[in-house]
Design a protein around this ligand. Sequence first.
Ligand SMILES: Nc1nc2c(c(=O)[nH]1)N[C@H]1C(S)=C(S)[C@@H](COP(=O)(O)O)O[C@H]1N2
Ligand SMILES: [Mo]
Length: 451
Amino acid sequence: MDGKRSWLKQSFGKRLTAIHSWNAWILLALTVTGIVLSIGAIRGELGGFRVTLKQLHIYLGLASILLMLLYAPMLRKHWRQIRARRGQRANLVFVLALLAGWAASGIILWQFRHMPPGLNNAALLVHDLLTWVGVPYAVYHAISRSRWLKRQARLERAAAANRPRAAQPAPAAEPAAAAVQPAAAPTPAAPEEAAERTAAQALIAALKQSPITRGSFLRLVAGGLLVIAVGPAFYRWVKGAFDTGGSQTAEYLASDGNKMLPPPSPLPDSAAVVGGGAQGNFRIYTVTEIPVFSSDTWQFAISGLVERPATWTWEQFLALKRTVQVSDFHCVTGWSVYHCTWEGIPLKQLLAAAGVKPGAKFVKFYSGDKVYTDALSLDQAGMDDILVAIMLDGKPIPNQLGGPVRLIVPKMYAYKSVKWLQAIELIDKEHIGYWEVRGYDNDAWVGKSNM
Ligand SMILES: Nc1nc2c(c(=O)[nH]1)N[C@H]1C(S)=C(S)[C@@H](COP(=O)(O)O)O[C@H]1N2
Ligand SMILES: [Mo]
């Protein structure tokens, strides 16, 4: 109560300044946490801290929304106050639109469990796009409005005001405009000549004055540097985000580090890509260096509480009966890839062939990266659409996307879809997977409310 009264007691200008600087700090913190969260390559280094960081990012986002609510009743007056300043009005509209867009998409991503995956995907796209545009803009805004640059501009004006002083005894308020206007004759002695001289001097002074002031030059440099720094990465992001043809997957395939010979030959449904081709792009997630495999050394095993433990070489593995299945792939962070045509061995079939012993209750999956694991209950593992996949859209799975063999659990978030799968173990005690240990929900069902 007290805090509220003292907040309202402050002058309008003071409150505006306070909101402005809080907004700047919160935005900075949101940017840092958001960027760190979005880097797929450092997921392993972050570990469980990732979940804490995401929570922090959400709290900061809520604080930013709170700040907007605090500002809302002041908007009308503020708008009138800056009526004469078009630049400031444009800035205000732009910043408010950015904040509103970030907030709306952020709330959807925060509440992803209660949203259809398609909406999450769109929200992530908007959130990312606003960040690509908004953060460089905020940096530019901070530089161009910095005290240092304002001081430069002041010095500039002072210098300009001094320059034509020889011709004009009275310093003008608008030096640039005054300089081009021939001033009144200063000396009564030789009026004709003096007037000529003044006019000529004024012209020279005007010519001396560069149209590019130091301030605007520095702003230009700052803007240019920002475009150079962010432009290429932004271009790559746009290309990936708006490419629905899966051209990135083709690039991963072209640079596949795996040497698996012979290559698998696709079943007819797979060769025809019955799903029509994956829509969207995978983000490459790993908690280790991306491993590479060769058919010379690669092996696959099933063991634990089974009647017939087994290992396969690549050639033997390729001889197992496969099926084709079309499904969507959803990451818990919001992105999805739709209509993937996967080909592989149904998990159910592998389990049946191995003969699950009565004591077995869970199925544990081991990645060839030697770090990542996950598990399903025996019940869950019986789902028909779980695939030990070796092909995507009629092509081998490249190593960046978890090839030669990865698990696909379509009904669950993709952290269950272990990349570089090399072993399956039947166990009697629950195993908590890599991300679940670090705070991810053990209940990974897509689109199922956990409330
Ligand atoms: N071995 C391994 N498997 C993994 C992961 C990982 O980091 N390592 N990440 C999981 C998560 S969170 C997702 S969203 C998908 C990402 O698959 P992609 O890198 O092919 O897009 O893989 C899953 N399987
Ligand atoms: Mo994920």
